[in-house]
Unconditional design. Structure first.
Ligand SMILES: [Zn+2]
Length: 479
């Protein structure tokens, strides 16, 4: 082709593109619903309209007051209730724990889940990132528009997943990625081939061994562009080490989430000035008082409350039975063995012990936290393979358990919207349906204050003004 012709075609292209840009104004959507719940105040606006322009909320009010410009897309959700998009404060999108057998766990000093987590670390990073992409999509479809992912993602699995979602390559929620989890050498190093241990562990963790190394670990995560720092506190972690982590992280404007379960670790997190305590199982009254004074968040994770593991195991056994149906039918002895094993697992200390402990723990913890005035949010620690449920369905099934443990339904909703947004430091962009915030909305058919299980039946999801899911009859019209 002649040079002049090429220049002419290029020129034409620019003109066309210019016109295209000029002709497409900012996308405007008007969402209407019978009710809109503001978790902060508990007020319900009825009926409600939300005007969205360029991924953000422009106006919220009565439909008679909110005027949409001509050409705006109208999404009428009829008798539905609108809520802010849900936020999980604690998840592991790139981890799919299949529990090890009783016998395997009995062989290892390090207790219950460590073995399973280590098995995950040994898996191909590509496999894990694809799992993460699936879990992210499934979370979003269930109404979770923001996930704080706290470790177990390999070196850069969660930061890359976040970037891929933001670039529109794969669907998923907003992700706050922690990168590698900071741990002391004491916690996860058992049971591995010593010759390979460090090479394997470095895929998943950064070690804290003295204050200098603690700072270095934060910087390594900073280099990967993390959004938050996750530390696992145990009795080996000193206040000085954790304080160094926190100082370094705060210098980079990153919050620090500290996994702390026992009293000693909780005290270390308190003394060093963590931003949030994850789990907090054994927290004392005195420690709750200190948390309130420091304005620290408690991130509740009612993972196994309400026979969750029993349900997972039953589903896993049922799935296996289907998979092996032909073989088991042909072999009576094998079928007997399989049934015995299944019964043994269901009655095991892991399933029963964990569940009984969590049920008892949360019944008292929730009451104590509410009484103490400590700021709280909720996560689920979701990383369990639950046959028959998506990751999102498994995740949202955990939130109503807080209500079963005594939390008023409005507080449950706050824990995964307004409160969670503040814990993440994102209260200026998510967690509420307010002017200037991202248009992250969900809608349910019923009233979630009257029936918290409505959270498990999200039928409309919008993220950044984009409709992800709409099971309501959509009436789009040009106004
Ligand atoms: Zn966790």
């Amino acid at each position: 082709m002649k040079q002049r012709t090429i220049l002419f075609l290029l020129g034409l292209l620019f003109i066309c593109c210019g016109q295209l840009v000029a002709q497409s104004p900012a996308p405007v959507t008007l969402v209407k619903a019978a009710r809109l719940l503001d978790p902060r105040t508990g007020n319900v606006l009825s009926p409600a309209a939300v005007l969205i322009e360029n991924a953000k909320i422009k106006e919220v009010g009565a439909p008679t007051k909110v005027q949409a410009p001509s050409g705006a897309k109208v999404v009428d959700l009829g008798s539905a209730t609108l809520l802010p998009g849900l936020i999980t404060g604690h998840a592991h999108l790139l981890l799919d724990v299949v529990l090890p057998t009783e016998a395997e766990r009995a062989r290892h000093y390090n207790g219950t889940m460590t073995v399973a987590e280590l098995l995950a670390i040994g898996e191909s990073p590509s496999k894990r990132v694809l799992l993460g992409a699936q879990n992210a999509r499934e979370d979003l479809e269930s109404g979770i528009t923001t996930v704080r992912n706290l470790g177990h993602s390999g070196i850069d699995g969660d930061t890359e997943l976040r970037d891929a979602i933001n670039a529109g390559r794969v669907p998923g929620p907003r992700i706050l990625a922690s990168g590698r989890k900071l741990i002391t050498r004491g916690s996860y190093v058992q049971n591995l081939n010593p010759a390979l241990a460090d090479a394997i562990l470095n895929q998943e963790f950064l070690f804290i061994d003295g204050a200098d190394q603690a700072r270095q670990a934060v910087r390594q995560n900073e280099f990967r562009n993390v959004d938050v720092i996750k530390v696992t506190a145990d009795e080996n972690l000193t206040v000085a080490e954790l304080a160094a982590v926190i100082e370094e992280a705060h210098r980079a404007h990153l919050k620090v989430a500290v996994h702390a379960v026992d009293k000693t670790s909780i005290q270390t997190a308190l003394d060093a000035g963590a931003d949030s305590i994850e789990h907090g199982d054994e927290i004392t009254e005195e420690q709750l008082k200190q948390m309130r004074e420091k304005g620290m968040f408690l991130d509740l994770t009612p993972t196994s409350y309400g026979h969750f593991f029993t349900k997972i195991f039953e589903a896993t056994i049922a799935e296996s039975l289907t998979l092996y149906a032909e073989r088991l039918k042909a072999d009576e002895r094998n079928r007997q063995r399989f049934n015995d094993l299944a019964q043994q697992v269901l009655k095991s200390e892991f399933v029963h012990g964990f569940e009984a402990r969590d049920n008892q723990l949360y019944n008292s913890l929730v009451q104590r936290v509410l009484k103490s005035g400590v700021k709280f949010a909720a996560g689920t620690d979701m990383c369990w393979h639950y046959p028959g449920k998506t990751c999102g369905q498994a995740t949202v099934s955990r939130f109503p358990t807080l209500h079963e443990a005594g939390m008023p339904t409005l507080d449950v909703i706050r824990a995964i919207t307004t409160n969670a947004a503040e814990m993440l430091g994102w209260q200026d962009r998510i967690g509420a349906i307010e002017t200037g915030k991202f248009a992250d909305l969900v809608a349910v058919s019923g009233d979630p204050i009257a029936d918290i299980h409505e959270l498990e039946r999200v039928r409309f999801v919008m993220k950044g003004g984009q409709v992800i899911r709409n099971d309501f009859v959509e009436q789009s019209a040009q106004e």
